[in-house]
Design a protein around this ligand. Structure first.
Ligand SMILES: [Zn+2]
Length: 252
């Protein structure tokens, strides 16, 4: 097998990872009864999925450079804190909308999509840098990211569909959140040395922002709707699903 993958292969592999994210919306086709208990449990499950994804990102970053990963985490938490303050400045005003969602639900949906889009930018760089290490490695990493994108699409869909979005639009937003992957894989592949240096920072930023999102947005929302045993179960199941997907791939 040749060790010099073409640009088209890198782009197609990264595009495939983005499309896989849309598959995460499919289980929501079976979610009919959006009672507060279902809402709270599904929000907690989205949090559990994101928590495990955070762990995987940070482990990968620390493998390259713990210092740069730590700077990234601090930057990610700072950035999401500022963005969330800005977004929540309008709380209480139910005029905000995001597709079919209104008010506070619309703000949470916007925030989760923004955070997941930023984190997939870091993963797009990861795919490109891996292809720089040879075609076999690149395909392996792209496959691993494609599969772990499915539960990430589920996390986004769990934050949208129970609040009234259609499954189709949740799939669309899931794919949208992964579009930075094909877009960033190409420059990362072409300028692999430069991107290898910023990769741990990007992974740290993504991990920090996701951690903040889970602790300060998703868990309070979940406990506000469902009782703690449901929230805890959703969190644990979400976490294990994400970790299981990754271990199955030999990626952890
Ligand atoms: Zn991810």
């Amino acid at each position: 097998m040749t060790d010099d993958p073409g640009l088209l292969l890198v782009f197609l592999a990264a595009l495939g990872t983005a499309l896989a994210t849309g598959l995460g919306a499919l289980p929501l086709l079976f979610l009919r009864d959006a009672s507060p208990r279902v809402l709270g449990t599904s929000t907690a499950a989205a949090g559990g999925l994101m928590l495990a994804a955070t762990q995987l990102l940070l482990v990968e970053g620390v493998d390259i450079s713990w210092q740069r990963t730590a700077w990234g985490v601090a930057g990610g938490i700072g950035a999401i804190w500022v963005i969330a303050r800005f977004i929540h400045a309008g709380d209480g005003d139910e005029a905000a909308d995001f597709g079919k969602l209104r008010g506070a639900n619309a703000r949470t949906a916007f925030l989760i999509i923004a955070v997941m889009t930023a984190h997939s930018a870091a993963e797009g760089i990861g795919v490109g840098v891996s292809f720089g290490g040879g075609e076999d490695l690149g395909i392996l990493v792209a496959l691993a990211i494609a599969i772990h994108n499915i539960p990430e699409g589920l996390a986004i869909s769990l934050a949208l569909v129970p609040h009234g979005s259609s499954v189709r639009s949740a799939a669309g937003w899931s794919i949208f959140s992964s579009l930075p992957q094909p877009l960033l894989a190409i420059p990362a592949f072409l300028f692999v040395e430069a991107f290898r240096g910023v990769l741990p920072v990007g992974l740290g930023v993504a991990g920090g922002a996701m951690l903040w999102m889970v602790v300060f947005e998703l868990l309070p929302e979940a406990t506000g709707r469902a009782r703690w045993p449901f929230v805890a179960s959703g969190l644990v199941v979400g976490y294990l699903v994400m970790l299981g997907f990754t271990i199955l791939l030999g990626g952890a």
